[in-house]
Design a protein around this ligand. Structure first.
Ligand code: KG4
Ligand code: ZN
Length: 335
């Protein structure tokens, strides 16, 4: 036979995505971005669910076509169960369930944050187990101790804002459009990261805090703008580089602490913020400094995508972990 073929669907936030994977190899990963939210400065849940409803059939169709796989060849259907926007999740989960019933195939519910972590198992080279994963997205910031595809533990997380929110909210203060993370990254390229010093919060253990940074950026800019109304425009690159530098050092100092504390020095990264060039560079430098192994998924597997749902579905298929057809989506899931 041809092996195990998984069709996966991701619809937790504002990306509608479908992917086909065969024996752990990604054959397609189609992602439809929703641009409707840009004008509102953030994702509008009701608009997101409507766009998912419009996108889901063509997106699944394109993913199958790109993979050159027909529906009857699919062995199981994986979908994002949680966490995410409930309306968005429902579109993907109901579609997956309907398909599973119609085709009489098993259904596999996947945890979105576990899938971000397992994106590290796509392609080569892959980390051996155990490894530590810094998962940084618009909604989450976690350090995960990963013992196997099905056995992972969150050992540190944010107490307030996520790293992606820290990027997006400070970008909004500067008048940049949503999502601001990629824009800060872009402007930071030509700026001085030491131009402005924003304090590093003193949080115990392996947890993070980002709400203080947002506040100090706000007060700093308000003060500067009183004397110089053009301050942001004039110093955009330096401000972006300084903010990015602080977010990156907060993240990497905790990851380093986690490595020393657990003795696990195989380091991975996941989630939308791991697309950040300063963070990617910083992690590689951290690894080089200490002789630690470092892994970063390809760019397209860092932000929300169905390939990571497919790879997680594949490992769940191998473990025989299937989902009853009656199980529903929920905005929050236990880890
Ligand atoms: O994982 P993701 O695509 O969606 C979820 O939140 O689940 O992450 C989106 C987040 C946004 O906050 C976005 O600003 C941030 O990832 N992001 C970046 C970059 N690319 C995406 N932040 C900084 N630099 C980037 N290059
Ligand atoms: Zn995500």
């Amino acid at each position: 036979g041809v092996g195990v073929t998984i069709l996966a669907i991701e619809s937790s936030c504002d990306e509608t995505s479908a992917s086909v994977c065969r024996d752990g190899k990604i054959l397609s990963n189609y992602i439809a971005n929703q641009t409707v939210h840009e004008q509102y400065g953030g994702v509008v849940p009701e608009l997101a669910s409507r766009a998912h409803m419009q996108n889901i059939v063509p997106v699944v169709d394109l993913a199958l076509k790109q993979a050159n796989v027909s529906l009857p060849e699919i062995d199981a259907i994986a979908y994002t169960q949680a966490p995410g926007l409930i309306g968005s999740l429902l579109v993907g989960s109901q579609f997956a369930r309907s398909l599973a019933i119609a085709m009489d195939k098993p259904l596999i519910a996947v945890h979105h944050m576990q899938a971000h972590v397992l994106a590290n198992l796509i392609g080569d080279p892959q980390p051996a187990f155990p490894f530590l994963c810094l998962t940084v997205s618009g909604g989450h910031t976690q350090i995960v101790f990963v013992k196997s595809p099905s056995d992972m533990e969150v050992i540190g997380e944010t107490l307030d804002d996520a790293a992606g929110e820290a990027f997006d909210k400070t970008a909004k203060i500067m008048g940049l459009s949503y999502p601001g993370g990629p824009l800060i990254d872009k402007y930071a390229q030509s700026g001085n990261p030491k131009a402005f010093a924003f304090a590093e919060p003193q949080i115990e253990g392996l947890d993070f805090s980002f709400s203080g940074l947002k506040t100090s950026v706000l007060y700093f800019l308000q003060k500067q703008q009183k004397e110089n109304p053009d301050f942001v425009t004039k110093h955009l690159a330096d401000i972006c580089a300084s903010i990015q530098h602080r977010i990156v050092t907060i993240l990497l100092n905790k990851l380093k602490k986690a490595a020393l504390q657990t003795g696990c020095t195989r380091l991975c990264m996941a989630g939308g913020v791991s697309a950040n060039s300063g963070l990617r560079k910083g992690l590689k430098e951290l690894g080089a400094q200490h002789g630690w192994e470092v892994f970063i998924p390809d760019f397209e597997y860092c932000t929300d995508n169905a390939a990571m749902i497919a790879i997680t579905g594949y490992y769940k298929y191998l473990a025989g972990t299937f989902t009853p057809l009656a199980e529903s989506a929920s905005a929050r899931a236990t880890w």
